[in-house]
Design a protein around this ligand. Structure first.
Ligand SMILES: *[C@@H]1O[C@H](CO)[C@@H](O)[C@H](O)[C@H]1NC(C)=O
Ligand SMILES: *[C@@H]1O[C@H](CO)[C@@H](O)[C@H](O)[C@H]1NC(C)=O
Ligand SMILES: *[C@@H]1O[C@H](CO)[C@@H](O)[C@H](O)[C@H]1NC(C)=O
Ligand SMILES: *[C@@H]1O[C@H](CO)[C@@H](O)[C@H](O)[C@H]1NC(C)=O
Ligand SMILES: *[C@@H]1O[C@H](CO)[C@@H](O)[C@H](O)[C@H]1NC(C)=O
Ligand SMILES: *[C@@H]1O[C@H](CO)[C@@H](O)[C@H](O)[C@H]1NC(C)=O
Ligand SMILES: *[C@@H]1O[C@H](CO)[C@@H](O)[C@H](O)[C@H]1NC(C)=O
Ligand SMILES: *[C@@H]1O[C@H](CO)[C@@H](O)[C@H](O)[C@H]1NC(C)=O
Length: 441
């Protein structure tokens, strides 16, 4: 009990000292006489000293409980609770009613109640810190990848962990989901262990699992699992040196047998131990593990799912856009390009994701233009001008002046002019002489 009070007291200093924002003085409960009596709690909220409402005694020694509304930032956040954007986290900070209580002459608390919550008063629990993300690890919170360092994640929320793609080239050592509970993660942040592909086929590394889909389609979902369209053909290749012994494939899917064995081709028969699934069906969903002769394993999870993305309506596409589509099933890609004189703005390809959405919106074709030319030298005259791709700007000099540079410049595909704008200099010598023998300029 004493320990719990200590913790609560610690929290109150933090909360009242630093993290209470935008709070107004709320109601103070009906005073009740409490044997101990506490000193004034010295609450300063939003720059205002807390005093009971008029008509009530300002003497805190006769109060047992003080309630006040508060909007609290995360108590462990070092000022910045930032996941993707800090404002989104701030907006999520619920507004609460908090109370502190006088127990044996000391204020303890606060206990807070969320305004739209279940009505219970609970201690404010700490967020978890995430100071760095180990190499090749991808962490996400609410389906958004955590990019910023020094992030804090609220109490009672989870983050997902997976390794960088291609899947099967790193092994996640640790659980794929972590929970934050009062400032402590449910387990240490996992690491991504490089597999045989990166370690010169070391016997001490987990084996790489490569995925090949010679027919059909597949894609990787947000949790790093492989999602395969039904009917596809799939090869899982476990990379291990044959002279070190035979690996073993095991699986959790309902299928009884799969074709496994060393690859046949001369260039791969000594290092690829394969499991093949022909015409993938729903019951092939499960995880597939390759265990080496040393007992080290690596796993890929496979989900069979009949996912289609909405076909992109051609009327929504830029009229200049060329595209080549293989279909709109899971894992299928549409490729785009623009005709000469246009540049492609956006992604040159979009892929149908396991979520049923395209990876990007279709791109645009923007007409190539060169920087505008303005002539501010009265000796230089522009006789032709069009600043789009393949067109020209042409110049001449006022009578009597000499051009330096080329008289016609072209707008190139990279939005630059082929040459510099010419200049007109000096005087042009005409060899016609006047009657009086003077040379005319
Ligand atoms: C807190 O103080 C600021 C400026 O002093 C004021 O604009 C704001 O209204 C106050 N908020 C509350 C809830 O009293
Ligand atoms: C993260 O916090 C640590 C210590 O609190 C600090 O040394 C480091 O510079 C911070 N990094 C970033 C990117 O803010
Ligand atoms: C934790 O979050 C879950 C929902 O994600 C909720 O049902 C549960 O009540 C929360 N627990 C606490 C102690 O806040
Ligand atoms: C993390 O939380 C989820 C649900 O919020 C729960 O299913 C899971 O068991 C928790 N894991 C741990 C390690 O506490
Ligand atoms: C890779 O391992 C083989 C033996 O397994 C060794 O002969 C070779 O030198 C190693 N290569 C490198 C780059 O370490
Ligand atoms: C993979 O290896 C780990 C560690 O040795 C072991 O705990 C786990 O059960 C193995 N997984 C499978 C599917 O064999
Ligand atoms: C798809 O587009 C991205 C850029 O948006 C590019 O990096 C990638 O190489 C493209 N992939 C293919 C297969 O063209
Ligand atoms: C420049 O050339 C383009 C392509 O032929 C044409 O569409 C455009 O109208 C021209 N612009 C001007 C200002 O003449």
């Amino acid at each position: 009990m004493a320990r719990q009070y200590a913790m609560l007291t610690a929290v109150i200093t933090v909360v009242l000292g630093t993290y209470t924002t935008a709070s107004a003085l709320g109601k103070v409960d009906k005073p009740t006489v409490d044997g101990g009596g506490c000193p004034s709690p010295g609450l300063t909220l939003n720059g205002t000293r807390v005093v009971p409402r008029s008509g009530m005694s300002p003497d805190f020694s006769t109060l047992s409980e003080v309630k006040f509304p508060a909007r609290l930032l995360s108590p462990s956040g070092k000022g910045s609770a930032s996941v993707a954007s800090s404002s989104s986290v701030d907006a999520e900070a619920p507004s609460r009613i908090c109370k502190i209580k006088c127990v044996s002459g000391q204020w303890v608390g606060p206990l807070c109640q969320e305004v739209n919550g279940d009505g219970r008063f609970q201690p404010i629990l700490k967020s978890c810190a995430l100071e760095e993300v180990p190499p090749n690890l991808i962490l996400s919170f609410k389906n958004r990848i955590i990019i910023e360092l020094n992030t804090t994640i609220p109490h009672n929320s989870t983050i997902a962990a997976r390794c960088q793609e291609p899947i099967g080239t790193y092994k996640l050592s640790g659980p794929p989901v972590l929970n934050c509970s009062n400032g402590i993660w449910s387990s240490p942040i996992p690491k991504c262990q490089p597999t045989t592909l990166f370690t010169n086929y070391s016997e001490n590394s987990p084996p790489t699992i490569l995925v090949r889909v010679p027919s059909g389609s597949a894609a990787v979902d947000q949790n790093g699992g492989l999602v395969v369209f039904p009917g596809s053909i799939l090869h899982l290749e476990c990379l291990y040196l044959r002279r070190h012994g035979d690996p073993e494939w095991t699986w959790t899917s309902e299928a009884e047998t799969y074709l496994t064995g060393w690859a046949i081709g001369n260039d791969e028969r000594n290092w690829k131990y394969r499991l093949s699934i022909y015409y993938v069906k729903q019951f092939d969903t499960g995880s597939f593990t390759c265990t080496t002769s040393r007992g080290i394993n690596n796993t890929i999870t496979l989900q069979v799912s009949d996912i289609h993305c909405k076909p992109v309506p051609s009327m929504d596409l830029n009229p200049h856009l060329n595209y080549r589509a293989s279909g709109h099933r899971l894992g299928q890609t549409t490729y785009f390009n623009c005709p000469p004189g246009f540049f492609l703005k956006g992604s040159a390809n979009i892929t149908c994701l396991p979520s049923g959405d395209w990876s990007n919106s279709p791109p645009d074709c923007i007409m190539v233009k060169c920087p505008p030319i303005s002539v501010d030298d009265s000796r230089l005259i522009m006789v032709e001008y069009n600043d789009t791709y393949g067109k020209r700007a042409a110049f001449k000099c006022a009578w009597g002046f000499q051009m330096s540079g080329v008289n016609s410049i072209e707008c190139l595909a990279d939005s630059t002019w082929s040459h510099r704008i010419p200049t007109c200099t000096g005087f042009r010598l005409t060899l016609k002489t006047h009657r009086n023998g003077l040379v005319k300029f």
